[in-house]
Design a protein around this ligand. Structure first.
Ligand SMILES: C[S@@+](CC[C@H](N)C(=O)[O-])C[C@H]1O[C@@H](n2cnc3c(N)ncnc32)[C@H](O)[C@@H]1O
Length: 334
């Protein structure tokens, strides 16, 4: 069994996540002893959020998903005391929500949680080159079977394509300079470690940026990780499916860590809350679309000051939540 002291990741916004998703589980728990409530934790990580819910709701069943089998094993050890109510599945979350029954979800969930990105475990202990402050092979794969890793991208993508990845997924304003420096260096010797790449980036950006507020390699490393794991495409593919999978009255909660993620979540929830897809200037609705969800957070919920002090990594977290409406309710949420 994993001890609390072995856990590396602090689960962000724990009270807020419980507060928003809890009612959907509580109602189900009190009315359905024979048919217990179900939470799908779409990004299990080290199982911190799942543990909070399993402790709080004694009838609750949890299915936890993670594509990284190493961290999934850690969560399974941590959640051993709840093994009769917890199932771990090694799958991409978008694949799972395409066919939940195939992966063991026999009924509609009462709540779904996503906590996007990677865990402190990945930076600190995976040995896969996620951190620019460590000297590790440039891998960054969550799926150990995937054929593309960060080393492949850095050494084989055309310079312009590499710059585009760094710009689009890292929002890095020096993407062209960084890609040029990488392209120059790889002509002499392949770039194969995280420290090597971090040095190239450091040497390619202006001095004030090199010693600025964040490490100059932060955005490039984020971009490579997103490209390796197809993170944003997977978010685009999963959100509507996850909402559709919920039981009426069920809730979806989503934690994002950067604007590329949060923008997608905001737009999708807004679209599902409006339902109608007619042009805004249409005199009346002809599409017949009705709202699928009610937004429970008009603005994203941010961590309180105490949480940021205790866990500085939580500072950029943003949480949004919505409740699935019964099929026959056409409430307009606007
Ligand atoms: C921020 S961590 C989750 C931390 C967790 N909530 C906790 O409290 O311990 C995100 C996890 O989701 C996994 N992950 C990211 N994208 C995924 C995807 N598309 N499908 C499945 N797992 C994914 C990562 O491997 C990582 O372990």
């Amino acid at each position: 069994m994993m001890m609390d002291s072995d856990v590396l990741h602090y689960s962000v916004l724990p009270r807020e996540v419980l507060g928003y998703l809890g009612p959907a589980l509580k109602n189900a728990e009190s009315s359905q002893i024979i048919n217990p409530p179900l939470l799908i934790d779409g990004t299990l990580g080290e199982g911190g959020h799942s543990e909070i819910f399993l402790k709080e709701y004694p009838q609750l069943q949890v299915i936890g998903l993670d594509r990284d089998c190493e961290i999934l094993n850690r969560a399974e050890k941590r959640l051993e005391p709840y093994s009769s109510r917890f199932t771990a599945v090694n799958v991409w979350f978008d694949d799972f929500f395409s066919e939940p029954e195939r992966y063991g979800a026999a009924k509609a969930p009462n709540a779904v949680l996503f906590d996007f990105g990677i865990s402190i475990y990945h930076y600190e202990a995976s040995g896969r080159g996620f951190s620019f402050s460590k000297d590790e092979p440039l891998d960054m794969r969550l799926d150990h079977d995937s054929s593309i890793n960060a080393e492949y991208i850095v050494n084989t993508y055309a310079q312009d394509r590499l710059a585009d990845v760094i710009y689009q997924y890292g929002e890095e304003r020096y993407s062209r300079r960084i890609a040029a420096a990488v392209a120059k260096r790889r002509k002499v010797k392949a770039v194969s470690t995280s420290a090597d790449l971090a040095d190239i980036i450091k040497g390619s950006v202006p001095r004030n940026y090199r010693y600025g507020r964040i490490h100059p390699a932060t955005r490039t490393f984020q971009a490579l990780r997103i490209e390796v794991n197809g993170e944003l495409d997977r978010i685009d593919r999963v959100l509507e499916k996850a909402v559709n999978s919920l039981t009426p009255g069920g809730r979806i909660g989503i934690i994002s860590f950067h604007s590329l993620e949060d923008r997608r979540v905001k737009q999708m929830l807004k679209k599902l809350a409006v339902g109608c897809v007619c042009p805004p200037d249409a005199p009346q609705c002809v599409c017949g679309g009705t709202p699928l969800v009610k937004l429970l957070t008009k603005k994203p919920v941010r961590p309180a000051e105490e949480e940021v002090l205790e866990n500085p990594a939580s500072r950029s977290a943003r949480f949004r939540c919505a409740e699935k409406l019964p099929a026959d309710i056409g409430v307009n949420n606007e």
